[in-house]
Design a protein around this ligand. Structure first.
Ligand code: IMP
Length: 194
């Protein structure tokens, strides 16, 4: 079976990809290849960060690799937090603090439109392939729901019944989400290769 690295140690993301590609690819996590250091993610765009991580794995460990990076883009904030979504309120990667910061910045602002965007970079040999998924929605004025992670409790997708991502089942969220869409394109591409 072909080996490919997914540049993550997120168990949930790994399980998802293994379910979709497990019969054709042996999907290795960063820990599986002995990569325990923080891979630099210093790009100004999610696409750059995804590519950076994939190149790092290829250069240092020799494996073909894919990597994802996601950002929440809020129109009234000029696209913030964007590439800084994980650390919007500081280096602690604190989701609750990130949400508080967004709600404070949008206080009194009527335009609440936003989107999640995921970029996936796949490096095979020296060829880089990019896949993107996005989902449009609005930022609510307070949290709704307890599922999911990150900004899920304040993001209401346009498609759907008015629930936030945090009020949806993982299956329903995946079927319309930024990452679900980007992953579907990646899987289609990998499955089309002989
Ligand atoms: P990552 O690139 O998947 O690590 O995502 C970067 C940051 O974007 C995360 O730390 C979250 O704050 C946010 N994020 C990514 N995907 C989602 C999602 O599906 N729901 C809510 N927040 C997300």
């Amino acid at each position: 079976m072909k080996k490919i690295v997914f540049a993550t140690n997120n168990a949930h993301k790994l399980q998802e990809l293994r379910q979709m590609l497990g019969d054709r690819y042996d999907i290795l996590a960063l820990a599986d290849i002995g990569c325990h250091e923080d891979i630099p993610e210093t790009g100004n765009f999610i696409e750059e960060n995804a590519q950076m991580k994939a190149r790092y794995v290829k250069q240092h460990y020799g494996y073909d690799c894919f990597s994802d990076d996601t950002g929440l883009e809020i129109d009234a904030l000029g696209g913030e937090p964007g590439v800084y979504s994980a650390r919007y309120a500081g280096p602690g990667h604190d989701s609750e603090a990130n949400i508080d910061k967004v709600l404070k910045k949008l206080d009194g602002i009527d335009n609440r439109t936003a989107r999640f965007r995921t970029a996936i970079a796949l490096l095979q040999g020296d060829e880089m392939h990019m896949f993107e998924g996005q989902v449009e929605g609005v930022i609510l004025t307070e949290r709704h729901g307890t599922g999911g992670f990150g900004y899920d409790s304040i993001f209401q997708p346009v498609e759907g019944d008015g629930s936030t991502f945090a009020q949806m089942s993982p299956q329903d969220k995946n079927s319309i989400s930024h990452r679900g869409r980007a992953v579907a394109l990646l899987v289609k591409f990998l499955n089309s290769q002989s």
